[in-house]
Design a protein around this ligand. Structure first.
Ligand code: NAD
Ligand code: UFG
Length: 350
């Protein structure tokens, strides 16, 4: 079975994707610096698989290291050669993702996200590995009002984090153009990944610093935060609150599995795909759904609009559905149920 190099595999999206790939029989080489995560997520991955009777002995190799350091990346490739489990493809999750932090410290984001990716691509070239799936974001798009976003829509990020993602996409395109007969590249633009694995053993650990609406809701539900402050009640939407495309983390993980299989099976190419559900949910709808599904109360009040926010961010996901033969299977009720299950079982994270 194929060996995959996963950067940032201990993080929220990485850990759920690693779980699925191990279930499917892949061998994984992980590189992570544990800046926004810990090894505990990977212990939970092993636990879930053990409970399912899946033996992952000799199937997962973890290297603690930094993508900013080329030698750390090389260590992973060398290890795979020594074990004769040659890495066929890379899934590149490692990156910093806080918009607010990127505004305060853009250099950190450019150095980590862009320089780290340049290092990764250089080492991939050296070891003749030319398949990569990259974690991009809906944040690269120029916002539209009240219409879904298509992959060929205008890109115009409004913060340093988004700039790093778009820059990496452009870098990947240049790399592809340098050798189009060899490179297989998929840039996946995620919308709003939320929820948790259905076991309640794996989920998003914000390390006590949630900024996004979904982990804030679960923390209000468990009593760690008093109430939700809704940023704006006067957006041009059905109920005046912001609309987003929330995608269940396991649907997103399945999107990676499908993208990887597609890349490895088809001719070399450069792909850009939206991974979202194509369904918009307002902040108030999300709160009400969470209350109803879980029979809890979520107090909230209205606050001013957040700087840089948009009324409406939703994917047109028809290209991903068509090309990958992938479809998001879980709805907003599943998202609310699974995220609450995770929060209840892990009130303080891992
Ligand atoms: P996360 O913070 O949970 O995981 C990121 C992982 O990368 C962590 O394990 C972290 O320790 C690791 N990492 C960061 N810098 C590193 C470095 N220099 N060397 C090695 N490891 C490093 O975030 P996530 O939500 O799992 O996001 C994964 C990717 O998806 C990121 O690139 C993020 O920008 C992108 N993305 C996330 C979202 C989202 O809302 N979660 C949306 C769009 C795109
Ligand atoms: N919101 C509130 N109160 C809060 C937090 C958020 O009302 O305390 C609202 C926002 O105004 C928005 C919605 O909830 O209407 C969603 O906001 P999030 O912060 O949860 O998510 P965003 O869509 O703003 O951004 C997220 C990530 C970005 C990523 C983007 C697209 O934070 O990094 O999704 O993937 F780029």
């Amino acid at each position: 079975m194929k060996s995959i190099f996963v950067t940032g595999g201990a993080g929220f999206i990485g850990s759920h994707t690693c779980l699925l790939l191990l279930e499917k029989g892949f061998t994984l080489f992980l590189l992570d610096l544990f800046v926004t995560s810990s090894q505990k997520s990977l212990k939970r991955v092993s636990l879930i698989l053990r409970k399912k009777g899946i033996d992952i002995k000799g199937k997962i190799y973890l290297v603690e290291g930094d993508i900013k350091n080329k030698y750390d990346i090389e260590r992973v490739f060398k290890m795979s050669f020594e074990l004769n489990k040659i890495i066929e493809s890379v899934i590149h999750f490692a990156g910093l993702k806080s918009v607010a932090e990127s505004v305060k410290n853009p250099g950190l984001y450019w150095e980590n996200n862009v320089n780290g990716t340049i290092n990764l691509l250089k080492v991939m070239e050296k070891y003749n590995c030319k398949n990569i799936v990259f974690s991009s974001s809906a944040t690269v798009y120029k916002a539209k009002s009240n219409a879904p976003l298509f992959e060929n829509d205008i890109c115009e990020p409004v913060n340093p984090y988004g700039n790093t993602k778009l820059t990496i996409e452009r870098l990947l395109k240049d790399i592809y153009n340098s050798d189009p007969s060899k490179w297989r590249i998929a840039s996946l633009r995620y919308f709003n990944p939320v929820g948790a694995h259905e076991s309640g053993l794996l989920g998003e650990d914000t390390l006590g610093k949630p900024n996004n609406i979904y982990p804030l809701i679960t923390q209000v539900a468990i009593g760690k935060i008093k109430e939700i402050k809704i940023f704006g009640s006067d957006w041009p939407t059905i109920d005046g609150t912001g609309i987003r495309d929330y995608i269940h983390i396991m649907d997103l993980a399945e999107g990676h599995f499908s993208a990887l299989n597609y890349l490895l099976k088809e001719k070399p190419q450069f792909l850009t795909l939206n991974l979202g559900t194509g369904i918009g949910t307002s902040v108030l709808e999300l709160i009400r759904c969470f209350e109803k599904v879980n029979n809890v109360e979520i107090p909230y009040s209205f606050d001013n609009r957040r700087v840089g926010d948009n009324a409406f961010v939703m994917a047109d996901n028809s290209l991903a559905k068509k090309i990958l033969n992938w479809i998001p299977k879980r709805n907003i009720e599943d998202i609310c149920r699974d995220g609450w299950n995770w929060q209840l079982k892990n009130p303080n994270g891992y």
